[in-house]
Design a protein around this ligand. Structure first.
Ligand code: ATP
Ligand code: MG
Length: 575
């Protein structure tokens, strides 16, 4: 491709609303342009990258035996009502009406549509197993679209769905997709980890996310230094502490804490550690107006774990200060667990909070706390369950090693759904005994567009993007010096451009009338793995200057040597 054929849309300034480096570089390198919040156009070079990612995903899906289909993006409401998600999915679902006032939505995911398809197509166990996939735009009305195409509203997803007769079959299909995902992310040159994950609004019993490791990632991953345990913090279990310490010998004591409301204020005032205190978070309940969640002072609530409690309203909502004052006659900073159960408020304590025997907590009186509180002696026994986030240094739930935390970008997610959708929507087949059996499903998503941003987060330097070879929009670029003045340069450029393309390589020829410095900077920004400079001086020696974008290494090579250098590049599909 010649740059003269399309305007290179690079810009110097870093756009103000771009917080993360991938968003900045994608805008600066002219890969994407914003239409509206969370909506982006893919420009020619960006689209080449996206298509390469898609091509690798397709190849590996096909290798794993999955069949490509394409379902509509617009889905009828009836299917979502059958599965129960028309309400449950919440405001992420973009709903619309057609001219007959029938309800539709723009698909955020396709479990309902594919289940509807398969309940009509599949009749017998003999047609199983089957896995289908598609690559398609999805729409989710994200609360906070940000980081460019990383968290967009419309984005490109590869979604696959497997159908089996039984659980074991589903697990085999799941493993095939898991392996295909590992192959895809490895080929894309990404540093990633499969991690145990929560199943969220998709549902099912078991799932893994594929996380690209990057400090800018929105997800926190807990991993053990003593085993291969890796889990999203949303799911990572915090182990039950060992034997309880001996009961408190000192009776509980009411103390004045006139202005001390937060854990920091209370611990500083009393000269104790946060580990010796408990805090009570009052949230809205499902069947009672309020629910009390009790955590050790140094621990953080895990909202995903809390939302799984039958007592707690979904989504998790903290009770308004006015409501607490009205119901408990006390302000938030002085709330403690003693006496709450007696007022009809379910008290649910995290394992570590429940393990304390001599702690400090609010006294449910403004300006007062209790010291030396002992659960058994001073409170009604709470319900005890894991509701906190694990933290650095916690024991690994598999009993091997300690946990550490790092950040990741979720690029893929695989789920064992079981019969969640097939039961709700009546998708059955006959087994070899002639009995009707609900299909066992799996579903498997990849954020195709998000991968492009995730790759940039991992691969960039101060000059721009450093594409892994398999994702690069071009294998190399040619920058001729004085193309428009020197006949010799012009002839050599055309000849090399033709010869490289004949070898199947994707070449960007920068034939603009620009200063060399401008062209070099643009090529570095776009991140093409190799740059070949053609100049009269080099030609006099029969050589081209070849620079490796990643290492900066420069060498003077003949045409044959350039061919040899690029021989191992995984070829860009000619587009
Ligand atoms: P997230 O937790 O990031 O919101 P999710 O868990 O809701 O994602 P899934 O339902 O698992 O997403 O969707 C499959 C894949 O689609 C994700 O792993 C992610 O790579 C991608 N994806 C999801 N939401 C977005 C989005 N708003 N923009 C771009 N890609 C997305
Ligand atoms: Mg997910």
């Amino acid at each position: 491709m010649r740059t003269s054929r399309f305007p290179l849309a690079t810009v110097k300034e870093t756009p103000a609303d771009a917080e993360v480096i991938s968003h900045q570089l994608m805008l600066r390198a002219g890969l994407i342009r914003k239409l509206s919040s969370g909506l982006y156009t893919w420009m020619p070079i960006g689209l080449r990258v996206l298509k390469k990612v898609e091509a690798i995903i397709r190849e590996e899906m096909n290798n794993a035996g999955a069949l490509e289909i394409l379902m509509p993006t617009i889905q009828p409401a009836e299917l979502w009502q059958e599965s129960g998600r028309w309400q449950e999915y919440g405001p992420h679902l973009l709903k619309m009406k057609d001219r007959h006032q029938r309800d539709f939505c723009y698909g955020p995911t396709h479990e309902e549509v594919v289940t509807d398809l398969m309940r009509q197509e599949l009749k017998s166990y003999k047609q199983l197993p089957i896995t289908v996939y598609q690559v398609q735009a999805k729409f989710r009305d994200e609360v906070r679209p940000r980081f460019g195409i990383m968290r967009a509203r419309e984005f490109l997803m590869k979604d696959a769905y497997s159908f089996d007769l039984d659980k074991q079959g589903m697990q085999v299909s799941y493993q095939k997709m898991y392996d295909a995902y590992c192959a895809i992310f490895t080929r894309l040159g990404l540093l990633f980890r499969p991690v145990l994950a929560d199943t969220g609004s998709i549902g099912g019993s078991f799932s893994h996310e594929f996380q690209v490791l990057a400090d800018s990632g929105e997800d926190l991953i807990a991993y053990s230094d003593g085993s291969d345990y890796t889990a999203n913090i949303e799911l990572a279990e915090s182990l039950a502490p060992g034997n309880p310490p001996s009961p408190s010998k000192t009776p509980k004591e009411l103390i004045d804490t006139p202005t001390q409301q937060t854990i920091v204020e209370v611990t500083q005032f009393l000269g104790v550690k946060p580990e010796q205190t408990v805090k009570v978070l009052i949230v809205k309940g499902k069947t009672t107006p309020l629910v009390a969640l009790v955590l050790r002072g140094d621990h953080e609530l895990n909202t995903i774990k809390a939302e799984k409690l039958p007592e707690v309203a979904i989504p998790l909502q903290f009770a308004e200060p006015e409501l607490i004052l009205q119901q408990l006659n006390c302000s938030i900073g002085f709330i403690g667990p003693i006496g709450l159960a007696e007022q009809g408020i379910p008290v649910i304590a995290d394992r570590d909070a429940a393990h304390l025997t001599d702690f400090i907590c609010g006294a449910n009186l403004v300006g007062k706390h209790f010291k030396h509180v002992d659960w058994t002696r001073d409170c009604s026994p709470p319900q005890v369950i894991d509701i906190r986030n694990v933290k650095e240094g916690d024991l690994s739930p598999d009993g091997k090693g300690q946990l550490h935390l790092r950040r990741g970008i979720e690029v893929g997610h695989v789920f064992q759904l079981g019969d969640k959708y097939s039961q709700a929507m009546g998708a059955t087949v006959l087994n070899d005994q002639g009995q009707s059996i609900s299909l066992q499903m799996g579903c498997y998503g990849i954020g195709v567009s998000r991968i492009v941003a995730a790759a940039i987060e991992q691969h960039h330097d101060e000059h721009g993007i450093l594409w892994p070879a398999t994702m690069a929009p071009f294998d190399l670029c040619i920058v001729p010096i004085n193309l428009h003045r020197s006949e010799a340069v012009k002839a050599a450029t055309e000849s090399l451009y033709e010869a490289l393309q004949a070898k199947g390589l994707a070449v960007l020829l920068d034939d603009r009338q620009e200063r060399p410095g401008v062209m070099f900077a643009d090529m570095d920004l776009i991140g093409i793995p190799y740059r070949v400079v053609i100049s009269e001086r080099g030609l006099a020696e029969g050589k081209f200057e070849c620079k490796n974008r990643k290492t900066g290494e420069v060498s003077q090579l003949t045409q044959e040597e350039i061919f040899a250098l690029l021989q191992n590049v995984e070829m860009t599909t000619n587009m």
